[in-house]
Design a protein around this ligand. Structure first.
Ligand code: FES
Length: 202
């Protein structure tokens, strides 16, 4: 006679508990596996973190009159080492400027609200984007190179906006305001950090 396999149909409380625990464990593992990429995607990547991180430059390595371009938060940042002649030119340009006193306070931090729009008058730091439509202006350091009496500055070829060597806009330019000064600070006499100021504000 063939053997028959019998099944006990009676409810077995211990077996049921085991099944419930096993199902819960598998479900939890599946949920964790499904969630992992989502949790990882929420965490900022190293690349994203470094893209927003402050950038540093040693200003002692800039020659007088040299303009260096950095990148911070996807924007070009200029660092210009101004010469004594350039600093003198900031004063002579003022009658031609729209906002020589930096009255539009959104364009610079309070510590850069002075004639040179800088912490250290020998070093100018600015976002190198025209305040008209965002083109990158060009650096024309030679006197009279753009117009008679030009003391040196920045010229935007897109629609002709002009800025002095403190990023202050000339009257009659389509750009409405001075160039933007980013937060910055010094750590030591020549170590410039762009992207954070002395109070830690970015
Ligand atoms: S974008 Fe510079 S003048 Fe228009």
């Amino acid at each position: 006679m063939a053997e028959t396999q019998t099944f006990d149909e009676r409810p077995d409380p211990e077996r049921r508990k085991l099944l419930v625990r096993a199902t819960g464990a598998v479900g939890g593992a599946a949920l964790a596996a499904a969630s992992y990429p989502f949790l990882v995607s929420l965490a900022p990547s190293e690349r994203a973190k470094s893209a927003g991180a402050p950038v540093e430059v040693d200003t002692a390595r800039l020659a007088p009159g040299q303009l260096r371009t950095l990148e911070w938060r996807g924007k070009p940042i200029w660092v210009l080492r101004r010469t004594p002649e350039m600093l003198a030119g900031l004063k002579t340009a003022e009658s031609m400027l729209s906002d020589p006193g930096s009255e539009v306070t959104s364009q610079q931090p309070e510590y850069a609200r002075n004639r040179g729009r800088s912490i250290n008058e020998g070093v100018f730091v600015t976002v190198a984007l025209c305040t008209h439509l965002g083109c990158i202006p060009s650096y024309y350091r030679e006197p009279d190179s753009i117009q008679p009496g030009w003391p040196g500055g920045f010229y935007c070829p897109c629609h002709g906006s002009k800025f002095d060597l403190a990023g202050r806009v000339y009257k009659g330019s389509p750009a409405p305001t001075n160039l933007v000064i980013p937060p910055h600070r010094y750590e030591g006499s020549t170590r410039l950090v762009v992207g954070i100021d002395a109070s830690g504000e970015a």
